[in-house]
Ligand binder design. Sequence first.
Ligand code: ASN
Length: 494
Amino acid sequence: MTDLTKLTIADARDGLKNKDYTSLELTDAFLGNIEKANDKLNAYVAVTADKARNMAKASDEKLGNGTGGALEGIPLGVKDLFATEGVHTQACSHILDGFKPTYESTVTANLWADGAVMLGKLNMDEFAMGSSNETSYYGNVINPWRKAGSNQELVPGGSSGGSASAVAAHLCMGATATDTGGSIRQPAAFTGTVGIKPTYGRCSRWGTVAFASSLDQAGPIAQTVRDSAILLKSMASVDPKDTTSVDLPVPDYEAAIGQSVKGLKIGIPAEYRMDGMPEEINTLWQKGIDWLKDAGAEIVDIAMPHTKYALPAYYIVAPAEASSNLARYDGVRYGLRVPGKDIVDMYENTRAEGFGDEVKRRILIGTYVLSAGYYDAYYLKAQKVRTLIKRDFDLAWENGVDAILTPATPSAAFGVADQDLHSDPVKMYLNDIFTVTVNMAGLPGIAVPAGLDNSGLPLGLQLIGKPFDEATLFQIGQVIEDAAGRFEPDNWWG
Ligand SMILES: NC(=O)C[C@H](N)C(=O)O
């Protein structure tokens, strides 16, 4: 019998409708994989097996009487950042110990309304701060990929490392994720999966634990471009509960798949050719250019002169917003409370024990750049830089560019506990060099697997689109997927 967990969402959707198998069988197959693999990969921090089986049974009934939704019976994983009613939601932080929301996030509610089945909550960097999934209170996630002939454990990227690892290892068919500076696209690139960060305002942020509110955006991680299009269609909505939700209809993204890219203008920004970037990344980028050229797209050079300021500006804006958002964790309202001699002592004890080092570092940076005397020099300047970054993109669109092609990350997945990266946080932050510009400008960006490096690890290319033009990213992304092929890690985990 075929391994049901290897199916794409698109195929499973057809198989379920044809009654080739039931959602319960599909769900049990994934629960079986999780049981075998989670000890080794640490992708899930909570498995909701009973809930999953109940949801699957309800889906089977609907599939039986022809009332199923667009994702009826499809088992998914949920990043621990999304509020799920009555279920573990801790942003993988100690400070949210025991927190179970009384309500559901809009994004997950949309998925369940379309019939998807929840397998559990996925590991992530604490409060989505990180690029390696090593800041999680629940321990790091392991990338199912390894270098050829090596047993070294590699990181899956972050902060949605649990989502990416679970999709790559077939512990779910697709997963929700979020991206503030690259947290969907970088882990997707590190695990050979597809990740799209939609335009800011496309998915509701209601019920998603806030990190940096002007940058955070939800999106899917999936095995294929088509599956990402299917998931985003369900996740996205116009939501009066989120004032930044934009009132535009959600198109049928899947309809863009398979459409020709002939005549589309693809911009190549020279500023993304960084000094010291491994030659393999440049080679991969050139391959992508050639594939799109062969498919009839027009390749044009574009200038993005403010690119080099994006990373420092992001690491001012994001911590500033984080320091404000995280002020609410005081030991009174949610999760952990560490007693003290008075209330101030209790606040201090709770926050000292509840937050990990990276979160504390961001809170300190954030309060510093917002403090009197430094606000103008740092925060205000970073906001001005943000406008200039957005203008670089606006100019490209005004010149008729339909999408921009860049590498997704400056390297392939690196080793767990890499001393070089951990000794200097700025080196870790460099992982976001190609992705933060997109968040700063509020644009959509997709990472698509495009090849393997010399040691056999996946690498991704990124496509950046015009506001609310995710459809074009799926259209071009499919051409890259078709040209590159799909990539599977060797199953060493069980
Ligand atoms: N949240 C993200 O998008 C990840 C980014 N590396 C950060 O640590 O801010």
